[in-house]
Design a protein around this ligand. Structure first.
Ligand code: ADE
Length: 267
């Protein structure tokens, strides 16, 4: 996949050289080019903004540099293909795992990172395929939102993540939150790893994991359950969880699993 990012702060994209994104780039899974919008300004001060028509606070990004940048980028591969152009904005369509998967199927994406009060709506209308929000809060620009989306998208690309199963097991991959995970030692600070995980019984482990995912989702994000097809067994777990006393958000009933050492309650 090719990705172009247009911003007035190309340095914001430097973290995309690290960790998963960096490795995916090294392996040729994704190619990321960041561009300075000011390279497409024509005045001495390299101006990208102006006051909003109709008044009001702040500044709006002028359309001309954006149009010139997108023409240069989209035209750089010859006439035929053009990128799917994405404008991150809190006023956009919510970014989800399903949306990430949809974007991961594209050969070419271009992110336009606005700042100030946003980008002139005419150039957005002319170019944007998607206006996307990463959540109901306001950032100072689209750069961090672009990094978030790029990481979520890239980890879905074949060859980006060493163990493909870790992607298919992720939270949201099956519409459920992922349950708790443990590693050595089997006992730490008086807390034991749930016995079932040490049992070697793969069927029992899979059932336990599903139950934990259902319990966590029912407690933290019951809204996610509405669209899921649940088996009868799943429904029982959800009903039991919802009938329990509300507990602290972090525990999800994990107090019955990662229980204190020496406790003889069942795991
Ligand atoms: N730009 C500013 N806030 C944003 C958000 N929540 N999502 C996407 N882009 C943004």
């Amino acid at each position: 996949m090719r990705v172009d990012v247009v911003t007035i702060f190309p340095a914001y994209l430097e973290p995309a050289r690290l960790s998963l994104l960096g490795k995916a780039r090294d392996r040729g899974v994704v190619e990321i080019h960041s561009h300075d919008l000011r390279d497409w300004t024509t005045d001495r001060h390299r101006t990208v903004d102006d006051t909003p028509y109709g008044g009001g606070p702040g500044m709006v990004m002028r359309p001309e540099p954006w149009d010139a940048a997108l023409r240069a980028i989209a035209g750089s591969s010859g006439p035929a293909p053009r990128p799917r152009v994405i404008v991150p904005t809190p006023a956009g369509r919510p970014f989800t795992q399903a949306y990430a998967a949809e974007l991961a199927a594209e050969p070419w994406l271009a992110f336009c990172c606005g700042r100030y009060e946003g980008i002139d709506a005419r150039v957005v209308d002319a170019w944007a395929d998607d206006e996307v929000s990463i959540g109901d809060y306001v950032l100072s620009g689209g750069e961090v939102a672009t990094l978030v989306m790029l990481e979520a998208i890239t980890r879905l690309l074949p060859g980006a993540v060493g163990n493909a199963e870790s992607v298919t097991d992720d939270s949201f991959a099956h519409g459920l939150l992922e349950g708790p995970v443990y590693t050595r030692p089997p006992e730490w600070a008086g807390r034991r790893v749930p016995d079932v995980l040490l049992s070697g019984d793969h069927g029992a482990i899979a059932r336990w994991r599903r139950e934990q995912a259902l319990r966590r989702t029912a407690r933290r994000r019951p809204d996610l359950l509405a669209t899921l097809e649940l088996h009868d067994r799943d429904r029982v777990v959800v009903a039991q969880t919802l009938a329990e006393e509300p507990c602290q958000p972090a525990s999800d009933g994990a107090e019955t699993t990662a229980r204190p050492a020496g406790s003889d309650e069942p795991g």
